[in-house]
Design a protein around this ligand. Structure first.
Ligand SMILES: [Ca+2]
Length: 334
C-alpha cells in the first residue's frame, strides 16, 4: 500500500496489494475495537468496507492466527440487527449468503418472490448450481428446487422458468449461430395463449440462448409481432401477475443487467427489505458493479443510491452501506 516504499505494488501488479503486516495490523485494529465493554463500530465499518472480498477472507485468516477465534463469531457477539446481518454477508462466502437469503425469502416470515427471482436470474450459473444450491441443501436438508416447488403452482410457468435456469447453463456469448428470426417467431407463436403453445420451448429460448443472440431476437421481435415488444407480448401471454413479473425480470436482466440490479435495489427499498438491500449491495461491491448500477439507478429513479440509502436505512447499517458505496466505486473497483 505504501506509495513511497521501495516497491510500488500498484505499478508492479496494476493493483493495490496488502502485505501480511497490513492484515495483522487490521486484525489488531478490529480486535481493539471489540475487546472489553462496548464496541467501536466506526472502526469496524472503516476496516471492513475498504476491503475487497478476497482481502476480507485474508483478514479473517490473519485474525484467527492472532486471536485464535473466528472473526465472524466475534462480530456476531458484538452486534445486532441489520448491522450484524450485513457483517455476516461480508464475512461469509456469497453462496452461504445467497442460500440463507433464498431460504428466508421462500420459507421465512417475510416471503419475497421478487428477491428469489432476482437471485436466481442474476447469479452466474456455476455459482448458483455448484455454490448456492449445494450450500442450500447442506444447511436446510432440503433441495432448493423443492422449496421453490412448494411455493409455486405445479406445472406453472413461473416454476418452470426457475427450474430451467437451474437446470442448464446459458450458452456463452460467442454463440450466435441460431437464426434470431426463427427464435423470435417461436417466442411469438409458442406463448401460452397461442394455438401452438409450447411453453417449454418458449422458456428454453429465454433461459438458454446467449445474451447477444437474445438481443438480436428482441430487436427482430416487433417486426413479426405486429409491432409488439417482447415485454408487451409477455404482458399479453401471462395473466398471473407473478408469472408476468418473473418473465419481465428475466427480459430486463437480458437487456441490461445494470438496470436489472437498479430495479432489484428499488424493490428492496419499496418493500423495506433490508436483507435484500444488504445482500445486493455486498454482491455488487464484490463483483465490481456498484458504480455502473449506481449510474443506472440515478437515471431511472432520479436520486443516487447514497441519497436513498440515507433516507431508508439507519444507524451502523446505514453507515456501513454508505461506506461500501463510497469505497467500491472509482477506477480501483471498476
Ligand atoms: Ca466488546
Amino acid at each position: 500500500m505504501m506509495k513511497n516504499g521501495l516497491i510500488n505494488h500498484e505499478a508492479v501488479n496494476g493493483d493495490n496489494m496488502l502485505s501480511s503486516a497490513d492484515y495483522e495490523r487490521e486484525a489488531e485494529r478490529i480486535h481493539k475495537a471489540v475487546k472489553g465493554l462496548g464496541t467501536d463500530e466506526k472502526t469496524i465499518i472503516d476496516a471492513l468496507s475498504r476491503l475487497r472480498v478476497e482481502e476480507r477472507a485474508e483478514l479473517q485468516r490473519a485474525y484467527r492466527r492472532q486471536y485464535n477465534k473466528p472473526l465472524l463469531d466475534v462480530l456476531r457477539s458484538e452486534t445486532s440487527g441489520d448491522f450484524k446481518e450485513i457483517l455476516e454477508f461480508l464475512m461469509q462466502d456469497s453462496s452461504d449468503t445467497d442460500a440463507f437469503v433464498l431460504h428466508e425469502a421462500l420459507k421465512g416470515k417475510k416471503k419475497d418472490m421478487d428477491l428469489v427471482n432476482g437471485i436466481i436470474i442474476g447469479s452466474k450459473y456455476e455459482n448458483l448450481v455448484f455454490g448456492t444450491e449445494i450450500t442450500y441443501s447442506r444447511k436446510q436438508n432440503r433441495l432448493l428446487k423443492d422449496d421453490i416447488a412448494s411455493e409455486l403452482k405445479p406445472r406453472g410457468h413461473h416454476r418452470e422458468l426457475l427450474y430451467c435456469i437451474l437446470m442448464k447453463a446459458r450458452e456463452t456469448d460467442n454463440i450466435l449461430s441460431d437464426d434470431p428470426l426463427f427464435d423470435a417467431q417461436t417466442l411469438y407463436e409458442c406463448g401460452p395463449k397461442h394455438a401452438y403453445a409450447n411453453t417449454r420451448k418458449y422458456i428454453e429460448i429465454l433461459t438458454n440462448r446467449s445474451i447477444p443472440h437474445l438481443h438480436q431476437v428482441f430487436d427482430i421481435f416487433p417486426q413479426i409481432a405486429d409491432g409488439m415488444t417482447i415485454e408487451e407480448s409477455i404482458k399479453f401471454e401471462f395473466d398471473d401477475p407473478n408469472e408476468q413479473k418473473a418473465f419481465l425480470t428475466l427480459v430486463n436482466y437480458i437487456r441490461n443487467p445494470y438496470r436489472f440490479y437498479a430495479d432489484q435495489l428499488h424493490n428492496a427499498f419499496v418493500k423495506s427489505n433490508n436483507r435484500a438491500l444488504s445482500r445486493t449491495i455486498v454482491y455488487l461491491a464484490d463483483n465490481h458493479l456498484l458504480e455502473r448500477v449506481n449510474q443506472e439507478f440515478q437515471q431511472n429513479y432520479r436520486s443516487s443510491l447514497e441519497v436513498v440509502i440515507k433516507r431508508e436505512t439507519s444507524g451502523d447499517h446505514k453507515r456501513l452501506l454508505v461506506a461500501l458505496l463510497t469505497k467500491h466505486q472509482g477506477p480501483d473497483h471498476s
